[in-house]
Write a protein that binds this ligand. Structure first.
Ligand SMILES: Cc1ncc(COP(=O)(O)O)c(C=O)c1O
Length: 421
């Protein structure tokens, strides 16, 4: 429709130039109006001192803060072994990989790390990507294209990267209610029995901190002859005797077709990967544009991840300390009457239910208490479930937790916020 037909002024406006600035301004204004415009805070972590950091935004000079929302869950990004490995690699081979995996960028570090990750998950092979996002997008999009007529069954709370991959595959998709086995089975039963099928889900859901019933989903996959794709991004390094995730903890890894993980959260560095049968990894390696047409991870990063994965395979100290810290913080919040969402995992969500209030609490915590926790708003979580998401780890001590709880109790009273039911 031209503007002419709206205004009725009889002027041919078909060639009137688009007011790009106005459109962009309106898009940003909408976010402000809904209270969910994102402000990135400006910090530097202090090496070896995590969760202490310096904050630069809105202050005269750096101000010391405590970070409560990092996904460097086990502080491995600060671990001496990881830092030493990265320094050594930097001095040995230089900064970047210099190419795609196919053209000059396939270093010995990459090969070693893939072998280490395959072994971690009890799979034949693994494949590195530049992030967890890319690994999900590239693998899901490619897999469904390689399997003609593939139908994907996707948990409704799956991460944006899985949704993007599924959408880009162009295949038929059915979304099942979160962790709802009955709904999943209904959808599987209604699909063409001859069609290739893939069930895509996560192990630990990062915003509610709940866990998928892995074996029960695999039972359905067996019954309906479906492949399984499991995102273990919020579990690798943290669950299982060697950090192989919930699939290791629940002894389900051999029932999952493809396990996907990140190297940027519990492993503390950067990158993503899949682990699967050799044939599947070969297919993704050979067909996925998101793997093929991009410079491979810097060997410096890969060396750091190698040290991290190897350390967490052998040590449960960090995992145990993280679980203890999460349990303690949940108990402190609960005893203080704060509306903490009960979880069985390391994630501690404090429910606010309003984007403006969530931002306000976060602003007060930072400005007055030196506490950094980012508000989580739509579309990361559904509207009305806005929250503060705390990720206590091995380095958050009792004094920090008590100070945090006292601060929250004071703010809750000041803003007259809803207490726990
Ligand atoms: C469930 C899930 N999958 C994948 C990703 C993407 O991982 P990465 O941060 O390594 O890109 C995230 C990221 O936050 C995530 O929460």
């Amino acid at each position: 429709m031209t503007i002419e037909s709206v205004s009725g002024e009889g002027i041919d406006t078909r060639h009137r130039p688009v007011d790009y600035g106005r459109v962009f301004t309106q898009a940003i204004d909408r976010l402000h109006a809904e209270g969910r415009y994102r402000v990135f805070i400006d910090i530097l972590r202090n090496k070896g001192m995590f969760p202490n950091a310096r904050c630069f935004a809105g202050h005269n000079g750096p101000k010391p803060i405590t970070v409560w929302c990092s996904n460097d869950y086990l502080a491995m990004g600060q671990h001496p072994k990881v830092i030493a490995a990265m320094e050594e690699a930097l001095h040995d081979v230089g900064a970047g990989s210099g190419g795609t995996r196919n053209i000059g960028g396939n270093t010995h570090y990459h090969i070693d790390l893939e072998a280490e990750l395959a072994e971690l998950h009890g799979k034949d092979a693994a494949l590195l990507f530049t992030s967890g996002y890319v690994s999900n997008e590239a693998t899901l999009a490619t897999l469904a294209k390689v399997l003609p007529g593939c139908v994907i069954f996707s948990d409704e709370l799956n991460h944006a990267s899985m949704i993007a991959g599924i959408r880009n595959s162009g295949c038929e998709k059915h979304v099942f209610r979160h962790n709802d086995l009955q709904h999943l089975e209904e959808l599987l039963a209604a699909a063409d029995p001859a069609a290739p099928k893939l069930i895509a889900f996560e192990s630990v859901y990062s915003m509610d901190g709940d866990v998928a019933p892995l074996h029960a989903i695999c039972d359905l996959a067996d019954k309906y002859n479906a492949l399984t794709y499991l995102d273990e991004v919020h579990a690798v390094g943290m669950y299982g005797a060697h950090g192989g995730g919930i699939s290791e903890r629940d002894e389900a890894a051999d029932r999952i077709t493809i396990i996907e993980g990140t190297l940027g959260k519990a492993f503390g560095v950067m990158g993503g990967y899949i682990a699967a049968d050799r044939m599947i990894v070969d297919v993704i390696r050979s067909y996925a544009p998101g793997f093929i047409f991009t410079t491979s991870l810097s060997p410096v990063l890969v060396a750091g991840v190698l040290a991290s994965v190897r350390h967490l395979k052998a040590s449960s100290v960090e995992r145990d300390a993280q679980q203890a810290a999460a349990a303690r913080l949940k108990a402190l919040f609960t005893n203080a009457g704060l509306p903490v969402l009960p979880t069985t995992t390391h994630i501690v969500p404090l429910m606010v239910g309003d984007p403006v209030k969530a931002k306000k609490i976060s602003d007060i915590l930072l400005a007055e208490y030196g506490v950094y926790v980012q508000p989580i708003n739509y579309p990361t979580v559904p509207r009305g479930t806005e929250r503060l998401r705390f990720t206590p780890g091995p380095a958050h001590d009792e004094a920090m937790m008590r100070e945090l709880t006292d601060a929250l109790v004071e703010i809750w009273g000041r803003l007259e916020l809803r207490q726990a039911a």
